[in-house]
Design a protein around this ligand. Structure first.
Ligand code: NCD
Length: 308
């Protein structure tokens, strides 16, 4: 398996073998993420982080992953403080930054931005979210979480919330297709999974069910993956208000769930999960956010040649 210099753009580019290799590498690196071991595997390497949209976990877990492997981090800072504010194009920004760093992590509001950026970069570009498109590194940490906290092969999973604009669920579906997952999609009418994605999944031999009833879906699954309604992507604010509180996971709703059910959420949550759920054995979202560190360590180590 050879990941060195590979751009990480979409889960569609990954075979099952590739995903498994990344997850196994993450497992090996976890002792470094929890500071039981130290490493200078990426000493002398520089990671550039370019975020054109807000982020807490993705950005900070990439930064800590790089620092814990002994590398350095170079940040563009806020868009307002960079030359973007003067009208510089993404292509020009990438042409320059790729000459300063060994890998670029990019988050951008436009779908396809990371793939476009990769065409202007000699160093690997890692997609940290491109509009409503893809979020492959989130998917890898989601898979790692499912593997560690539930079971990946044949998992029964419900994806609930904003399936139209939520990029994390778009990427996750493609990856789950490799593991024989049984997927139920739960969303209000206006926020259904795009038809092209459903068609793609069915062509990959996946059974996909769609419903608007969380009550029923929650009784049958091993994992419930909840997403935030992506307010910033709605063309019409009135439409957002119509669906804004269409889903909330509460302790009462969980009374009918399987005892081993794990609830995941890429975070940030707004009001999709009642904070009272946090102290139940089902809550898995903060652990999930931690798993971003070993998984992003694995990706950085692999694309920069620290490991094979
Ligand atoms: C997600 C994103 O940016 O797509 N957040 C994350 O990366 N953990 C989910 C979201 O913003 O709702």
């Amino acid at each position: 398996m050879y990941f060195k210099d590979m751009h990480i753009l979409s889960m569609k580019d990954f075979s099952k073998e590739m995903i498994d290799h990344i997850l196994e590498t993450a497992e090996k690196l976890e002792p470094i993420a929890v500071m039981k071991e130290r490493s200078d595997m990426l000493a002398g390497k520089v990671l550039a982080v370019l975020f054109f949209e807000p982020s807490t976990r993705t950005r900070m877990s990439f930064e800590t992953a790089m620092l814990r492997l002994g590398g350095a981090v170079l940040s563009m800072g806020s868009v307002d403080a960079s030359s973007i504010a003067k009208g510089e194009t993404l292509a020009d920004t990438i042409r320059v930054v790729q000459s300063y760093a060994d890998t670029i992590v990019l988050r951008h509001p436009k779908e396809g931005a990371a793939r476009m950026a990769s065409e202007f970069s000699q160093v690997p570009v890692i997609n940290a979210g491109d509009g409503a498109g893809h979020h492959p590194t989130q998917t890898l940490l989601d898979l790692y979480t499912i593997k560690r906290e539930s079971k990946l092969e044949g998992v029964r999973i419900a994806l609930a919330g904003d399936l139209k604009y939520g990029r994390t669920v778009h990427s996750l579906c493609y990856a789950l297709a490799h593991y024989g997952a049984d997927i139920t999609l739960v969303s209000p009418d206006g926020l259904r999974m795009p038809y092209e994605i459903i068609k793609d999944l069915e062509a990959r031999g996946m059974k996909v069910r769609q419903t608007d009833s969380i009550d029923e879906a929650i009784t049958e699954v091993d994992v419930l993956y909840v997403t935030r309604i992506q307010k910033e992507r709605f063309p019409d604010p009135a439409e957002y208000l119509r669906v804004a509180s269409s889903l909330q996971i509460t302790p009462e709703l969980l009374e009918n769930a399987k005892s081993h059910l794990k609830i995941m959420h890429p975070l940030p949550r707004v009001n999709e999960i009642d904070p009272l759920v946090d102290n139940t054995s089902h809550a898995c979202y903060f652990k999930q956010a931690f798993y971003g560190v070993p998984v992003r360590m694995a990706l950085l180590a692999l694309v920069m040649g620290g490991m094979e």
